[in-house]
Structures are given as structure tokens and as C-alpha cells.
Design a protein around this ligand. Structure first.
Ligand code: HAM
Length: 429
């Protein structure tokens, strides 16, 4: 590795121009799908008060106890947001979004930060798209959220996925269940991994999430939370399954699915891809009926999901889906000599006023080098201009993909390019 003076922080990556088109394409798919599902975009700050995240996500979670990027300014303490649900809950309360009545259907796309050990599909700055449906306790809302999440992958063409669902019940159910789990694991405690031994005291349900090989033999026979659900929770869960079936959404029940954030109750789900390796969750979510009250708002039920953009790209690559979009440069003005450069500089705004994307050489390069660059940019047309063209007022317009050239006066040249622009507008989208 070159001995650089400065480089990105461990686990944070630059998204270079060659990759940006696939990001823009996926963001466009998300926005179009959101529109079809009637979700509105919300943008919250990158920094949030530490207290909000600690309260919302949970003091004992890995995210809060180990993975926060913390800041202090004066007496205020902030973190780089590690997830989007607590911030959206804060915004919902702060702006009294409940005043608009009905349920709020919100979505977001943006960067999030967790100081985890970087590996494939796991970064310290990563990007999520997510959605929150706030205000409804009905499992119809859970089904709508899941359908929205799946439709995005469907639109992209990622098919090799498994939807895992579970119910983690209400707080009373979990109190009883946690005791049952502790009774079950107690005899094996010293055989469990160090991490699970810790979790035995703090959050025994997270032991079920363990991937440590010492723990695996004890997981299969652990008690299942669905056997302890209250009547209401059991009804919510069975209705959700009924709705998913009626929407032809395939799911797998995973009675040991628990999530790494504390705000969940009732429904929990994850979208898994076998193509991802160790970090196999494309996304996940669930119900968080108590979070908004926990962070200072009125008791408001809600359900949501979030998915990792980087993981979506890994899954797309495994499925050999090319998300890069073709370059869209329409005109490159190839110049020879200073006068031609000046002519080109004056021509660019005229072309741009006609909605054509265009550029020229800014480095006094040879004709050959300029043509090479125009080719590399997959430019549709090159205007070739030198002393002779300026004297005769006849210019060469080269169709780069067909390697054809025509000689045109300035008016004809503009007319032809405007025509191209109009036809390319029709074929755009
Ligand atoms: P989460 O399961 O923590 O849930 O994250 C959702 C998704 O974000 C993961 O499945 C994964 O695809 C991606 N992700 C998380 N951490 C990283 C990382 N370090 N590097 C790359 N990708 C990552 C939440 O964040 C909840 N807020 C979801 C939710 C919304 N629940 C209700 N509403």
C-alpha cells in the first residue's frame, strides 16, 4: 500500500465516479418504489444526541456499548447516527407529525456509522435505505412494510433471498421467556462462548443470535419464544402470516430470530441472502411499539425496516446484475489550437442551453488524446474544430458509435444536435 499522507478512516470508503451510477440507479429504484407505495422521504441530521440513541437503541446493545462514534461540543454530547429509526422517532415527536392524523409512511436513504470490525459487507460508514410506518398497530402495516422492502429487491432483480420472520412478543412475554432461556442455558453456562456468558446476564435472547461454534450445539433445543406468546401477540403474528400468504410473499419462520436493537416487540424479520457470506442479512426490521414513548413521545405503535446498500450491491454482483448505467455524455468538442479552444468554450453554454451534456479538453492535449477520451466517455458525438473549420465555418460532426462523419455549418450543426437531444429524451427513462 502506498505510503499516503492521508487516507480514509478504517472501514470508510470513497464511492468513485465509476461506481456512482449504480448508486444513483438503485436510489432511483427506491424512490420510484416508495412513490408507488406512498412512502414520503424524510432526511434527518447525521449527528444525533447521544441520549436519544442510547435510550432508543438500548444501553446494553453492541451498537451503543461498543460501536458509537461520540463527540462533545460544549455541554452537548452527540453521536454519528448508527441507525435511522430512533432519529425518525425523534423527528416524529419534535415536529408533531401525528397532528396530520392517520399513519405516517416515511422512508430514508443515507449514511450511517458503526465502529465495527470491517469485513466484507460490514463497514464503519455504510448506507441504508429504510422505511417506518408510524401510527398503526395492525399487522396490515407489518405486511405493507415487508412488501415495500421486497419490492425494491424485486425491481433490481435480486431473487436469491429468504425472508425470515418471528415474533418476539410483548415485554411481559419476554420477561417470562428470558427466565426460561436462562434456566435452559444455565447447566451449560461454562461451555458457552465468552460473549454468550456475558449475554446470559445482560440479554439472554441474544445468545440465540450467536454464530460462535461453542454455542451452536446448545441452540437447537433452546425454548422457542413463539411457545410463550400472549394471546394478543400470537394473534398479531398469525394475522401477519395470513396477510403475507394472501400477498404471495414467501417466508420462513425462524423461532430463534432476535434482533440486535432493544426497541423491538412483536414482529421481527430479516431478509437473508446466501450470497453474502458471514454478514448474510440484506436487511431487517420489525415492530417497535414502545420506542416513541421511550424517547419522549406519546405511546405510538410503529413498524419499519432498513437494508444495507453495500450488501445489496454484493448480492447484485453475485446474481450478475450489472447496475452501472451507460455514460450519458452527448457531445465532446475536440479542438486543435487556441482559437478553437476559445470557440469551444463559447459553444459549451449554447449546447448546455439546449440541454445537451458536453465537455471539451482543458489540458491542451493532442487530437488523438482527445478522441481517445471522448471514446472512453462513450460520447455520442464529437465536434472537431481547428483553424480550417473556423475559417470555413464548416464543422465536422462525428458520430462516435457509428464512426461516421458529416460536415455541417453552425446552424445545421446545432439543429442536428438539438434533434439528437429530443430523440434521446424520448429514449431516456
Ligand atoms: P439493523 O439490522 O441494525 O437494523 O441494520 C439494517 C441493515 O443495515 C443490516 O441488515 C445490514 O444490511 C445493514 N448494516 C448494518 N450495519 C452495517 C455495517 N456495519 N456495514 C454494512 N451494512 C450494515 C436497523 O438499523 C434498524 N433501524 C432497522 C429498522 C427500521 N427497524 C425498524 N425500522
Amino acid at each position: 500500500m502506498a505510503d499516503l499522507k492521508f487516507r480514509t478512516h478504517h472501514g470508510m470508503v470513497d464511492i468513485l465516479p465509476s461506481e456512482v451510477s449504480k448508486w444513483q440507479f438503485v436510489e432511483q429504484v427506491i424512490r420510484k418504489t416508495a412513490k408507488k407505495f406512498d412512502f414520503e422521504e424524510i432526511r434527518t441530521p447525521i449527528m444525533e444526541p447521544t441520549g436519544l440513541i442510547a435510550r432508543g437503541v438500548g444501553q446494553l446493545t453492541d451498537i451503543v456499548s461498543k460501536e458509537m462514534f461520540n463527540f462533545e461540543r460544549g455541554d452537548d454530547q452527540f453521536v454519528l447516527r448508527p441507525e435511522g429509526t430512533a432519529p425518525v422517532a425523534r423527528a416524529f415527536i419534535q415536529h408533531h407529525l401525528s397532528q396530520y392524523g392517520g399513519s405516517q409512511k416515511l422512508f430514508y436513504i443515507g449514511p450511517f456509522f458503526r465502529a465495527e470490525r470491517p469485513q466484507k459487507g460490514r463497514q464503519r460508514q455504510f448506507h441504508q435505505f429504510g422505511a417506518e410506518l408510524i401510527g398503526s398497530q395492525n399487522p396490515l402495516a407489518d405486511a405493507e412494510i415487508i412488501a415495500f422492502m421486497l419490492e425494491i429487491y424485486n425491481q433490481i432483480g435480486i431473487k436469491n433471498t429468504i425472508l425470515n420472520i418471528n415474533s418476539i412478543g410483548d415485554p411481559e412475554t419476554r420477561l417470562v421467556y428470558k427466565e426460561e432461556l436462562k434456566n435452559y442455558f444455565k447447566p451449560y453456562l461454562n461451555k458457552l462462548s465468552e460473549l454468550s456468558q456475558k449475554r446470559f446476564e445482560t440479554n439472554p435472547m441474544r445468545i440465540l443470535d450467536s454464530k460462535e461454534k461453542e454455542d451452536l450445539p446448545f441452540l437447537d433445543n433452546a425454548p422457542r419464544i413463539i411457545d410463550y406468546l400472549s394471546n394478543n401477540s400470537a394473534l398479531h403474528y398469525s394475522n401477519l402470516k395470513k396477510y403475507l400468504e394472501s400477498m404471495n410473499i414467501l417466508y420462513q419462520e425462524n423461532p430463534y430470530l432476535v434482533r440486535g436493537l432493544d426497541y423491538y416487540s412483536e414482529t421481527a424479520f430479516e431478509l437473508i441472502s446466501p450470497d453474502l457470506g458471514g454478514q448474510d442479512a440484506l436487511g431487517g426490521g420489525g415492530r417497535y411499539d414502545l420506542l416513541i414513548e421511550e424517547v419522549g413521545g406519546p405511546l405510538t405503535p410503529a413498524v419499519g425496516f432498513a437494508c444495507g446498500m453495500e450488501r445489496l450491491f454484493i448480492a447484485a454482483e453475485a446474481a450478475e446484475i450489472d447496475l452501472n448505467q451507460p455514460s450519458s455524455l452527448e457531445v465532446y468538442i475536440v479542438t486543435r489550437g487556441e482559437k478553437a479552444q476559445k470557440w469551444a468554450l463559447e459553444m459549451l453554454p449554447i449546447l448546455r442551453a439546449n440541454n445537451l451534456s458536453c465537455t471539451m479538453d482543458f489540458m491542451d492535449r493532442s487530437l488523438k488524446a482527445q478522441m481517445k477520451e471522448a471514446n472512453k466517455k462513450k460520447t455520442k458525438y464529437a465536434i472537431i474544430v481547428g483553424e480550417n473549420e473556423l475559417t470555413s465555418n464548416i464543422f465536422t460532426l462525428r458520430s462516435m458509435d457509428r464512426s461516421e462523419e458529416v460536415q455541417l455549418g453552425l446552424d445545421e450543426l446545432l439543429e442536428k444536435l438539438t434533434l439528437i437531444q429530443n430523440t434521446s429524451i424520448e429514449t431516456k427513462e
